[in-house]
Design a protein around this ligand. Structure first.
Ligand code: TXA
Ligand code: MG
Length: 366
């Protein structure tokens, strides 16, 4: 298949030719990659089972991992899901459009291909102007996972989508870099107490300001098993970690091709620890990348490619830089990737979740 990339600049009226192509592709069962405020999505008509199956093929995604349905207007949620209880209403009111996905009881119109056979459906109303315009012009709910090949870091630029999806999708809408850089927060609203299944662009503190208190699925920070000495036991790629509330949480994700090790905890000796690790790896003939904050890199005297996450003081900046940094590791051919962790608080929770998954459980606590 030939992939057509359209660069969208200027304002909505300038985008019309590209949006018309994207809408036509969606209406005829094709695949369109598009920017959202979080990451790029890989969209298909959510009401067309065959189109949705093509998403799984293009991504190489396990069939038991359900998709998020994107809508253009808040009222559309009622065409797909049962909105019961005031919690969902309050969350929609406060955070839509934006990086919040609600899991609700589904209506029969939603195909099994979207929900992976679950009785619930995940719905989100993105705030990105191009995503909104595309959804409006297409006039369809659009099922879309992140537009990466399964297991790879999510794409935050059209170039990342092209890397993974050239020849696998009909249209790519290039809207430049995504602002937030980590995916939406997924909240289960099927019971009275909302539960965060995946941390993301909306923090637990943001949610609590609106609905009092929220639960957090314990799996959010549990990835892999740590040994007694703090050195972690690696997970196999895509190893099934057992039944979970959000099926996507059980797979290794976001991983660079090299072996990634995450260093969490006290940063006092971090630069020295990274240097020793890097030196040992280089002695063994491995290409090393060090993914760390500016503050750490400033004191780092070791070998390897230095890939910056930005300043420690700017968690939003780290979130925005994260997936690009992990992809950069592959571009420099890193066989060993040493990564600085963040405290899992506020926006740090989503970042720590992605980093732990990228490291597949290889975590060293300092
Ligand atoms: O920011 C985002 O959410 C991006 C953009 C493109 O919107 N999309 C995204 O989709 O990250 P994806 O497929 O990569 O992740 C969807 C997550 C997975 O963890 C999946 O298991 C969960 O949402 N999910 C989807 N439907 C669900 C359901 N019915 N119940 C529980 N979890 C669900
Ligand atoms: Mg994804």
């Amino acid at each position: 298949m030939e992939t057509r990339l359209f660069r969208l600049q200027g304002s909505e009226s300038d985008w019309q030719p590209a949006l018309a192509k994207a809408a036509a592709a969606l209406r005829s069962g094709g695949l369109v990659a598009f920017p959202t405020e979080t990451v790029y999505g890989l969209g298909a008509n959510a009401l067309d089972p065959q189109a949705v199956r093509r998403i799984f093929e293009a991504k190489g995604r396990p069939q038991d991992n359900p998709l998020i349905v994107h809508i253009a207007r808040p009222e559309q949620v009622r065409e797909l899901a049962q909105v019961t209880g005031s919690v969902a209403e309050r969350l929609m009111q406060a955070f839509w459009p934006g990086p919040l996905t609600l899991v609700l009881p589904r209506l029969p119109v939603v195909p099994n291909e979207v929900t992976a056979g679950l009785e619930t459906v995940a719905v989100r109303l993105p705030s990105h102007p191009i995503a909104q315009a595309m959804l409006r012009v297409a006039g369809l709910p659009v099922a879309a996972p992140s537009a990466n090949r399964s297991g790879r870091p999510s794409p935050t630029r059209a170039e990342h989508v092209l890397e993974d999806m050239n020849g696998r999708v009909d249209v790519i809408l290039d809207g430049g870099p995504c602002g937030i850089g980590v995916e939406s927060t997924v909240v289960d609203c099927t019971s009275a107490r909302p539960k965060v299944l995946r941390p993301g662009g909306v923090t637990p503190q943001d949610l609590e300001r609106v609905v009092g208190s929220v639960d957090i699925d314990p799996r959010v920070l549990q990835v892999g098993r740590e040994s007694d000495h703090g050195a972690a036991v690696p997970e196999e790629e895509e190893e099934d970690l057992g039944p979970v509330a959000s099926p996507g949480m059980k797979y290794r994700h976001y991983a660079p091709q090299g072996e990634a090790i995450l260093f969490e905890g006290d940063r006092a000796a971090l630069a020295d620890t990274l240097r020793r690790e890097a030196e040992t790896s280089v002695q063994r003939g491995l290409t090393v990348a060090v993914v760390a904050t500016e503050e750490t890199l400033a004191g780092y005297g070791g070998p390897g490619h230095r890939i910056s996450l930005g300043s420690r003081a700017d968690l939003a900046g780290i979130a925005a830089a994260l997936f690009g940094a992990l992809r950069r590791c592959d571009q420099v051919g890193a066989q060993r990737v040493l990564i600085e962790g963040v405290e899992p608080v506020g926006m740090g929770l989503a970042i720590a979740n992605r980093l732990r998954r990228a490291a597949g459980g290889r975590i060293v606590r300092l």
